[in-house]
Design a protein around this ligand. Structure first.
Ligand code: F6P
Length: 319
């Protein structure tokens, strides 16, 4: 019987549990011994792992967070930590390892693959910052959370006649801001991929006021910089009371959307199939409604394209 380990690493993302469930059940279906590793690469170093059966992943499909917990392990980057992790893989006779996480986690999988461990990466991050895939698991759910918040903030914004800057996550990537801004009907979207002009934001605000609009929403991606400074500047320049809301970690929690659960189920299944086919150093992606797999080196070296057309659409529709 073969043995496959699964771990979640880096920032958690909604849908990680759905992916764990899919990996574990696909493995068991194929008579593979499944090992769940706690707290990412750190748990691998410490040998913190357990056998998983069908029941270990029961009732988790809809749950946020990750039952395997997660970590950003610095020790794994050291030669000593890496050696310890390899030793655990050896002791447990792991034939493969499925890594659920973002680019940092994939780098770890790549290093292991270089020394002969069969690894498969499943992209789980709310940031959607991996260029080789249309969507990462967790992104759509984070967008839904942000859109829900925008709607609520708009209610109180209209009641008071205020403007609101809403900061969303995404690290260096503006996708959460772009998608949430479009779906939430934001008047302005500020992302790291595009220069922005405070004057233009203020003009839009004042134009809206002149035609009787009571709210004004500016979605701001955290990767741009200081949202508080922008909020102050808008208030000073327009004379309209402007509030800042930083959405923060609520974007990482909560029950995954159906889209993310389905993506996680498809990718989890495929990860096991690839390992059983003897494949390694592959990253799973989603392209044109197909699950694809690409070499991890290639996946990490690709430069992400910003969706300019969607950004322009948002500008036109929010006049
Ligand atoms: O990568 C996911 C993410 O939530 C980013 O959007 C954010 O910048 C970062 O993680 C926060 O990381 P931490 O959990 O270490 O504070």
């Amino acid at each position: 019987m073969k043995t496959i380990g699964v771990l979640t690493s880096g920032g958690d993302a909604p849908g990680m549990n759905a992916a764990i469930r899919a990996v574990v059940r696909a493995g068991i279906y194929n008579n593979v011994r499944m090992l769940g590793i706690q707290q990412g690469y750190q748990g691998l170093i410490n040998g913190d792992l357990d056998d998983m059966d069908v029941s270990s992943v029961a009732d988790i499909l809809h749950r946020g967070g990750t039952i395997l917990r997660t970590a950003r392990s610095e020790e794994f980057m050291t030669p000593e930590g890496f050696r310890k992790a390899l030793n655990v893989i050896d002791v447990y006779n792991m034939d493969g390892l499925v890594v659920l996480g973002g680019d940092g986690s994939f780098k770890g999988a790549r290093e292991l693959a270089k020394v002969g461990v069969n690894t498969i990466g499943i992209p789980c991050t709310i940031d959607n910052d991996l260029a080789y895939t249309d969507y990462t698991i967790g992104f759509m759910t984070a967008v839904e959370t942000a859109v829900d918040a925008i709607g609520k903030i708009r209610d109180t914004s209209s009641a008071h006649g205020r403007a609101n800057v809403i900061e969303v996550m995404g690290r260096h990537c503006g996708d959460i801001a772009l998608y949430a801004g479009v779906a939430g009907g934001a008047e302005s979207i500020v992302v790291p991929e595009k220069d922005f002009d405070v004057e233009e934001i203020c003009q839009r605000l004042l134009k809206g006021r002149n035609r009787g609009k009571l709210h004004h929403i500016i979605v701001f991606a955290e990767g741009v910089g200081n949202a508080y400074e922008l909020t102050k500047e808008i208030e000073e320049k327009t004379g309209i009371e402007t509030k800042l809301t930083v959405l923060g970690y609520i974007q990482r929690g909560g029950s995954a959307s159906s889209f993310d659960r389905i993506l996680a189920s498809r990718m989890g299944m495929r990860a096991v199939e690839l390992l059983l086919d003897g494949k390694s150093n592959r990253a799973l992606g989603f392209k044109c409604n197909e699950i694809v797999d690409v070499d991890i080196n290639e996946a990490l070296s690709m430069k992400k394209n910003f969706e300019d057309d969607l950004y322009e659409t948002a500008k036109v529709l929010s006049i």
